[in-house]
Write a protein that binds this ligand. Structure first.
Ligand code: ZN
Ligand code: ZN
Length: 140
């Protein structure tokens, strides 16, 4: 299909596809994202869960209760450890690792999420919107 894009993990054992029309694109500075990514933020390419399908492999799932109280099931490659996406079933949304996409130019962050958790040395891009919560409605 023409409106799908593909991505995968570093070793190539996990491959997936999703939509080229994201619901949201944001930089998440929450402490969970920092711990898992080893960086000041996580580049989240947000899509409806039903738009993601596995082409190859099976990600390992780690479930954690997010600050919002919702269960966030984070998926990663069991072989190379790369994050592929995290999903919140309650919202029907998944935050794909934008840098797991084959074509990284699809990621154009529009907002900052949890910027209050950013480390002091980190420069926040003030030109982006601030979202205290993951938006529920798709961005048109
Ligand atoms: Zn891998
Ligand atoms: Zn986060």
């Amino acid at each position: 299909m023409s409106d799908t894009i593909e991505g995968g993990c570093l070793c190539g054992n996990i491959r997936f596809k999703t939509t080229e029309k994201p619901s949201y694109q944001l930089l998440c500075y929450c402490t969970d994202c920092q711990t898992i990514s080893g960086a000041a933020n996580f580049a989240a390419y947000g899509v409806p869960i039903e738009t993601i399908s596995i082409i190859k492999g099976e990600p390992k799932i780690f479930e954690v209760t997010a600050d919002s109280g919702r269960t966030n099931s984070r998926r990663f490659c069991p072989d190379c450890g790369s994050r592929v996406w995290a999903q919140i079933d309650e919202l029907g949304l998944a935050s794909v690792n934008a840098f797991a996409l084959d074509n990284r130019s699809h990621f154009k962050p529009a907002s900052n999420h949890c910027p209050e958790s950013a480390p002091a040395w980190c420069e926040i891009n003030e030109t982006l919107e601030f979202f205290p919560r993951i938006p529920r409605e798709p961005i048109s």
